[in-house]
Design a protein around this ligand. Structure first.
Ligand code: FES
Length: 99
């Protein structure tokens, strides 16, 4: 289980638990956050799940695929931390703390 912190463009914030192997777009976020439209259901075809990843997490969530990069070219207000939330998946990853 991962705890994801969402911030909508109006400043409303939510912390939502995300099950392993679910995308950041998937329920319960999809049903809780109005700005995640997810019209294609997570198939990387619509761009309506666009989000900005916190800079501290950009390197941890993995790189966008070529298909996702093509979709991201159509985003209004592109930034370096653009992603499609349907393409960011919670995985079980063990990370060493400290050196
Ligand atoms: S839900 Fe359509 S691109 Fe993510």
């Amino acid at each position: 289980m991962s705890l994801i912190h969402y911030i909508e463009s109006n400043g409303d914030e939510y912390e939502i638990e995300l099950a392993l192997d679910n995308s950041v777009m998937q329920s319960p976020a999809e049903s809780t956050i109005d700005e995640i439209l997810a019209e294609c259901g997570g198939k990387c075809l619509c761009g309506t799940c666009h989000c900005y990843v916190d800079e501290d997490w950009v390197g941890r969530v993995g790189e966008a695929s070529d298909a996702e990069k093509i979709m991201l070219e159509m985003v209004v207000d592109p930034q370096t931390n653009n992603r499609l939330s349907c393409q960011i998946v919670a995985t079980k990853k063990v990370r060493r703390i400290g050196s």
